[in-house]
Write a protein that binds this ligand. Sequence first.
Ligand SMILES: Cc1cc2nc3c(=O)[nH]c(=O)nc-3n(C[C@H](O)[C@H](O)[C@H](O)COP(=O)(O)O)c2cc1C
Length: 360
Amino acid sequence: MKSLINKKILLGITGGIAAYKIPFLIRDIIKKGGLVKCILTEAGKEFVTPTALKTLTKQKVYMDEFDIEEGVIPHTTLSKWPDVFVIAPATANTISKLANGIADNLLTLVGLDTRKPVLIVPSMHENMYNNEITQKNLEILKRRGFNILEPEEGELAGGDRGKGRLPEIERIVFEIEKILEKKDFLNKKIVVTAGATREYLDPVRFISNPSTGRMGFSLAREASLRGGNVVLISGKTELKLPYGVDFIEVDSAKDMKTEVFKHFDDLDYLIMAAAVSDFSPSSVVQEKIKKDSFNFTLSLSQTPDILNEVGEKKKNQKLVGFALETENLLENGYRKLKEKNLDMIVINEPTETSGFEVET
Ligand SMILES: Cc1cc2nc3c(=O)[nH]c(=O)nc-3n(C[C@H](O)[C@H](O)[C@H](O)COP(=O)(O)O)c2cc1C
């Protein structure tokens, strides 16, 4: 999704080993439609080359605060340019300078001068990160309104393990998007259901459908970006979890109903994007059904109609339903909207561009 169209991202790159990963960050921002300019410190040049950055961004790379051309002062111009100033990786050294008002290179000058949102992504050896001086400096920057994305635990350069790794590129992009998004779901609780349920016949076989969960996962991601407290209740899927959401995995329609009702009383929005099975086997065989006993009749019962039940119970909650229809889309959709007491319904049909297993 081109969620960063025409957004201006100023990237400050300092002399941490993780600087070698920043070209991938640039690539992902540009793929999402963003514009990138880079400031590189002297130490940063040891880990990523200006040529690589210049080639990827198709822009000049800014390195020298005294590179004044025709009266254009780099730091005052660059500090006004971006929608967000991202410092990644941010060394202990640069964090310390920013916290203490030291402005002895182009990056720290811009850090002191800019009034735009700033995202700091510290990355260093765990001992340096946990050092009380670094922690105190980060506190100062937080109080100044800078956004800090904490490093991750894992393997560090030099072979040690600990907290200090640069977060995944996807995580940094998510944080940038979050800073730029409107916050219209702040303090709202949003429950999203996703994926397909499984109705087991025996321990190894089940009735299901081809829902991938992508729709619900995308909606949960967007709600989280927009400041919501998001609970994602999903059938089993291979999808990567969106950042910042509480995740609950379920099997059957009955399990999904239980989880939805656990959260129902205090939620603000319920978005039911899951493809919930309408039928389940009337009884589950405890042992695997043998191949030679397969000549039997499968008796099915209706599963709970979760949308119907929440519709009956709703007070101030806003309910959004999804329905897949193969005929009379509008007519059937309108009827379901009324019958189930929903606030909104999304009707789609199984085609090459909508329905199951396609990017909608
Ligand atoms: C191989 C090597 C790797 C380094 N990695 C880091 C690092 O990950 N984080 C960090 O804070 N400093 C790291 N440093 C130290 C910084 O490069 C050093 O403090 C430098 O002065 C930072 O300058 P800058 O903040 O202006 O970019 C590393 C140094 C070396 C030699």
